[in-house]
Design a protein around this ligand. Structure first.
Ligand code: CS2
Length: 495
């Protein structure tokens, strides 16, 4: 039933929202930032900010709010939408049975945009109240060469930041300037916490930051190494892009929210308990602190994220639009299940308390939730940063151990075709959004002259095109796809 009036979401509206919408149990006007977060996209707002909100609900401690930071001009639009609603937003969990649970999150206190004032961001990070700087800057944001793992020092933005330490472009420049200020003022450093889908995300972040700092100041790099901690973490919650339909559904519940977030009911956060400054007791609201995150990260990246790529690339070629449509297609569901059992599971380490077969079944059910409508274009975007993290390590390990690589090879062949034709096998157009879009397209379109042309993009695949155990299998699938055989038929032949 439609409530009598629609309310623009803001602090004043909180007390009169429809009772089906949960609201913060703490006084939102008292929340102060204890965390600065860089990269306030949907995922952060469905994950870390939700945990902070839950923590404040449970404890009433309002000192752990989040000051958002956007380093890109594109973030300005979201900042202005949130500002208009006092940084409040609605998080809508969509259950597989059609039930929706909406709740207003009050964790955000502010949102600073680099283009307005880099110094304001540095000062905020340097202030004593801030104990944690966390990041979701995507796999591509860490500025490492995926084949060597080295920091890309020649990136023009890195060179810019070294020359302009007070107005940096990249996160490394901000962290360096803020940590330096804290050291000079005698304030303990903050913990730097990566929340991105990268194996050993904290270790990678530390290595990249230290590489950057060393280019400028070796002594300070030693100080950072000794005094700052970078916990590894595994983060998980499927968060599709918000659509106009999602906003309209909220209007029906009486809320006008310009930038709500929708997500699945499942969430998981496993963090190494390695904080050099205070932290909230996130374990009180469902996060898990462990000594070694590595087996959890490996499980999640290789099963879920690579699983998404399997469905994303094959589903796109089949002309499908969403993850649940892909997994509902019997051939693709079996392909994914076989991939997980035959190619991923043999590479995993045991994880205390988790049965990998149960994990696989839960994943298949999560992917099948028809209300999430996670688009294949979201999954396929920036594949050149994702595949090296999600899939290539599995391929390399299987090649080294005599394991199976068939489905992995099919996925790379599907990606090559996708990059060349930019259309599905039904002829519908496919959007390529990738930093390397042109390079991938150029390489893939040389297929007729050199069947391995795509694999020769060494900045993505390293020396995979020299692997005799891989290339014939890959070439076989590529020629089947180019010959017009349907991706579903090929998938069927592999299960
Ligand atoms: C997805 C992830 O971007 C992707 O390709 O696999 O965004 C995924 O939905 C999240 O990591 C789930 O935790």
């Amino acid at each position: 039933m439609q409530p009598a009036t629609n309310m623009r979401l803001n602090r004043t509206a909180l007390s009169s929202l429809d009772e089906s919408i949960a609201v913060p149990q703490y006084d939102v006007s008292r929340v102060e930032a204890g965390i600065v977060h860089v990269g306030v996209g949907g995922f952060h707002r469905a994950h870390e900010a939700m945990y902070v909100d839950a923590y404040m609900n449970v404890t009433g401690d309002t000192s752990w709010g989040i000051c958002g930071v956007g380093l890109r001009e594109a973030d300005r639009h979201m900042q202005s939408l949130l500002k208009e609603q006092d940084y409040l937003y609605t998080l809508v969990e969509k259950h597989a049975n059609g039930e929706r649970k909406a709740r207003v999150i009050g964790a955000l206190t502010d949102f600073l945009i680099a283009g307005d004032s880099p110094i304001a961001i540095i000062d905020k990070m340097a202030s004593e109240a801030i104990k944690i700087v966390s990041l979701t800057i995507t796999e591509g944001g860490y500025n490492f060469d995926p084949t060597t793992g080295e920091f890309i020092a020649q990136n023009p933005d890195v060179q810019h930041d070294l020359a302009n330490p007070e107005s940096p472009k990249l996160v490394f420049g901000y962290l360096t300037a803020a940590l330096k200020k804290r050291k000079e003022m005698g304030i303990a450093p903050f913990t730097v916490m990566s929340c991105d889908n990268i194996q050993h995300n904290g270790d990678v972040l530390k290595a990249m930051l230290l590489s950057y700092v060393r280019l400028a100041d070796t002594d300070f790099a030693n100080w950072v190494e000794e005094n700052v901690s970078f916990p590894n973490s595994m983060v998980d919650r499927i968060t599709p892009a918000t659509t106009d339909e999602d906003k309209a559904a909220l209007v029906e519940s009486g809320i006008e929210d310009s930038w709500p977030v929708v997500c699945e009911p499942f969430d998981q956060w496993i963090i190494a308990d390695k904080f050099c400054n205070e932290r909230p007791a996130f374990e009180d609201v469902g996060a898990q602190f462990v000594d070694n995150v590595a087996p959890y990260e490996k499980l999640k990246l290789r099963m879920l994220n690579a699983g998404h790529s399997v469905l994303g690339l094959t589903g796109s070629l089949a002309g499908l639009d969403t993850i649940h449509e892909s997994v509902a297609q019997t051939e693709l569901r079996s392909l994914l299940a076989t991939f997980m059992v035959d190619e991923v599971m043999p590479t995993l380490d045991p994880v205390a308390g988790i049965d990998v077969h149960d994990y696989k079944n839960i994943l298949l059910a999560r992917f099948a939730n028809p209300y999430i409508k996670d688009s294949l274009s979201r999954i396929c975007l920036e594949s050149s940063a994702k595949i090296p993290v999600f899939l290539l390590p599995t391929i390399r390990e299987n090649l080294a151990n005599g394991g199976k690589v068939d489905i992995s090879a099919l996925i790379l062949a599907a990606w090559s075709f996708y990059s060349d034709k930019r259309t599905s096998q039904k002829g519908t157009p496919l959007v390529i959004q990738d930093q390397l879009a042109d390079e991938l397209h150029n390489a893939a379109s040389r297929y007729q002259d050199d069947a391995l042309s795509f694999l020769k993009v060494t900045s993505v695949f390293g020396d995979l095109s020299d692997e005799a155990g891989f290339t014939p299998v890959y070439q076989g699938y590529l020629s089947r796809i180019y010959s017009g055989e349907s991706i579903l038929e090929i998938a069927k032949s592999l299960t």
